[in-house]
Design a protein around this ligand. Structure first.
Ligand code: COA
Length: 238
């Protein structure tokens, strides 16, 4: 059974043993597999300037094994969009307490695609929406590869472009602002067959958050979003 754990500075000590494997997995996935060589580091860990105390991580754990993850960084702090890709956002910098920037979403190769139970990528997209509405966020900024857009469209994420796509290393990359709202969360839960919130908030009793209700009526049976026959020409920076 896959569980999505919220990991922040307040409870990081409970998850300390996961961080080394987490950064090594990021290196394997982004440097070795995706060939994002700008992220290469001789110690075999992919860590950047946005992995600060302020970063919030979602760790997807299955029987104690880390099988996927995602990072959220407050836009009041420096972000990928503000520091590395400001030219993608022609609307001007986003520095808002209610918007976090998402990046580094991944699923380990053997758990990608169509598998029994909810797809891990869909679970992560649902979980981050739950995190957002629980903690009072209204949006997520993202620098992404254009192939995410049809995926977002299929699962109901409302992504508003902040500028035109630009080609980087042969890949179309753009900046978007995604709505974080309860209707989207409820719809995602329905699509993957969840009838109640899914996040594990271990060690975070002190965090000010809204407890979300169980969903009613009961969620529909799990539906896997259709997979495209072809990969888009885009690739990404997030
Ligand atoms: N380029 C273009 N399309 C891609 C892609 C890429 N690099 N990676 C995934 N996709 C799209 C395709 O539409 C693909 O469909 P296809 O198999 O018919 O081509 C679809 O996503 C399914 O991808 P799949 O890899 O089977 O896994 P998933 O849906 O379970 O998980 C990710 C998607 C992105 C989480 C997973 O591919 C992953 O971890 N990738 C490495 C990390 C990464 O690149 N993250 C995004 C940037 S932060």
């Amino acid at each position: 059974m896959s569980e999505i754990h919220v990991v922040r500075k307040d409870n990081r000590q409970l998850y300390e043993s996961y961080f080394d494997p987490y950064f090594r997995l990021r290196h394997d996935i982004y440097v070795k597999q995706r060939k994002w060589m700008a992220l290469d580091r001789p110690d075999g860990r992919e860590i950047d300037q946005f992995d600060t105390d302020e970063a919030v991580y979602l760790f997807c754990l299955d029987e104690g094994r880390l099988i996927g993850g995602m990072r959220a960084v407050p836009t009041l702090s420096p972000t990928l969009m503000s520091e590395i890709f400001p030219h993608l956002n022609i609307r001007g910098p986003i520095h808002r307490p209610d918007v976090y920037e998402l990046s580094r979403i991944f699923v380990i190769p053997e758990r990608r695609g169509e598998h029994a139970g909810p797809r891990i990528d869909m679970l992560l997209l649902t979980a981050i929406m739950e995190y957002g509405i629980s903690t009072g966020l209204t949006g997520f900024s993202i620098v992404l590869e254009s192939w995410w857009l049809p995926r977002f469209e299929r699962c109901g994420w409302k992504a508003h472009p902040l500028g035109l796509p630009q080609t980087m290393d042969g890949m179309a990359v753009l900046a978007v602002l995604v709505d974080c709202d309860e209707a989207t969360w409820a719809s995602l839960c329905g699509q993957i067959g969840l009838s109640k919130p899914t996040l594990t908030w271990r060690g975070l009793a002190g965090v000010n958050r809204r407890a979300l209700p169980a969903l009613s009526p009961p969620a529909r049976p799990a539906v896997q979003p259709a997979r495209s026959a072809h990969r888009d020409a885009g690739d990404c920076a997030a």
